[in-house]
Design a protein around this ligand. Structure first.
Ligand SMILES: Nc1nc2c(ncn2[C@@H]2O[C@H](COP(=O)(O)OP(=O)(O)O)[C@@H](O)[C@H]2O)c(=O)[nH]1
Ligand SMILES: [Mg+2]
Length: 252
């Protein structure tokens, strides 16, 4: 609990047996009320490790993808009456110790979404982010800031906190089950005028914390451009897309 608000951490897991425990150990248990793991049909011992740690685990019978995994995460967290939901990757890439600070920004009621930025403060390349990812991140961020009218340091971090209201109101189930989900949800939050804050989150790029191939990154990049074009067309009333439809499918 933080200021009377229930804090739930969700960990979308896929083959995270080597890093789940280290990540879990650093979660500030004094403020976090519940920790949920959703396993996207991992081929390793992720589920066994999560159960040994006493965590609540939800299983996908088949692999749905990273976006599909987040949909399960958010549904479970909302069903548990979470007021603030924080997504933390179980690959030990992002610092769990910042959960309290991120939840605090939402608690202040000045922000609806808080992103843990790897770019702010220049920690991305120090943490080992591959240069091609760094430069594509900067270019895509520049384009998105221009079109979406936000001023974010990046849109591609996997470390995020949401208020209950945001996750209930956005048509999240219209989003992709793949990685571009991450970009669609920020575009939706921007589209509906939710306030997005950022915090510096130094990240690590160890072998176990990054598995996305060059090809998957290119597919993600194309998805980001398409999301941005959809945003623009919808804003200009030139077309309508399901991800921005206020009557689109919601989590609950
Ligand atoms: N559900 C699901 N998650 C995946 C898959 N591949 C990677 N992930 C998860 O997506 C997140 C981001 O992937 P990662 O390889 O760490 O990307 P990077 O850190 O940005 O280089 C991690 O939490 C992974 O566990 C997949 O095929 N399915
Ligand atoms: Mg990672």
């Amino acid at each position: 609990m933080l200021e009377g608000k229930k804090i739930v951490v969700v960990m979308p897991a896929y083959n995270a047996e080597k890093t789940l425990e280290k990540t879990y150990n650093e979660i500030p248990k004094d403020v976090v009320d519940e920790i949920l793991v959703t396993d996207d049909h991992s081929r390793d011992a992720t589920v066994e490790v999560a159960k040994r740690l006493g965590l609540e685990v939800y299983l996908h019978e088949k692999n749905r993808g990273y976006g599909g995994n987040q949909k399960t995460c958010y549904r479970k967290a909302l069903e548990k009456n979470a007021d603030i939901i924080i997504m933390l990757h179980p690959d030990y890439q992002y610092p769990p110790k910042l959960i309290t600070a991120m939840a605090g920004l939402i608690c202040s009621e000045m922000f609806d979404v808080v992103l843990g930025s790897r770019i702010l403060g220049g920690y991305a390349t120090k943490g080992g982010m591959p240069l091609y990812k760094y430069f594509s991140n900067r270019i895509l961020t520049f384009i998105e800031n221009f079109i979406l009218g936000l001023k974010l340091s990046e849109y591609h971090t996997g470390y995020r906190a949401f208020s209950r209201k945001v996750l209930l109101s956005l048509p999240i189930l219209e989003n992709s089950d793949d990685f571009v989900f991450d970009n669609q949800i920020i575009a939706q939050a921007g589209f509906y005028g939710y306030r997005i804050g950022e915090i510096t989150a130094p990240s690590k790029y160890a072998k176990e914390s990054s598995s996305i191939s060059f090809k998957r990154s290119v597919i993600y990049g194309i998805g980001v451009i398409w999301t941005t074009i959809q945003f623009l067309l919808q804003k200009l009333n030139l077309a309508k897309f399901r991800i921005f439809n206020p009557d689109g499918k919601k989590i609950l």
